[in-house]
Design a protein around this ligand. Structure first.
Ligand SMILES: [Zn+2]
Length: 133
């Protein structure tokens, strides 16, 4: 049986192909990719809902244009955003709780405001250095 764990935002075909390509790009940090696949397995198993990835890489220009923080982890392939609106409040809390098992390695937050509510995940640079990764 084949299980789809992670989906990609269907904006235009180009946007979809870009997101999917970035998610599997060798520059995308393997720890953040593994985290998202694990989290996706959790949401499929618990809620029968897949994660929808809405953003992976951003150039500094793209990041500036949407009001992202300078030096964002999206600009060095350590971050991804995930759609939160498909989940209920209870599910969102369970997702945040699940992500805590990654400790300081993964920064995972429910962001509201700015570009709209979503989950943001990034692999923590200082944790990588501490772990010699
Ligand atoms: Zn983000």
């Amino acid at each position: 049986m084949e299980i789809t764990i992670v989906l990609f935002k269907h904006g235009t075909v180009d946007e979809y192909n870009r997101l999917k390509g970035e998610f599997w790009d060798e520059r995308f940090h393997p720890i953040i990719r593994a985290f998202l696949l694990d989290l996706g397995l959790f949401t499929v198993r618990m809620f029968d809902k897949q994660l929808v990835v809405t953003s992976v890489f951003r150039s500094e220009e793209e990041n500036g244009a949407i009001g992202g923080v300078p030096g964002s982890s999206h600009c060095d392939w350590r971050a991804a955003d995930v759609r939160s609106s498909v989940f209920t409040d209870t599910e969102r809390l369970a997702i945040l709780e699940y992500a805590k098992r990654y400790g300081s390695l993964i920064h995972f937050i429910y962001e509201v405001g700015g570009t709209g509510a979503h989950f943001h995940a990034n692999v923590n640079k200082s944790a990588l250095i501490r772990l010699g990764l």
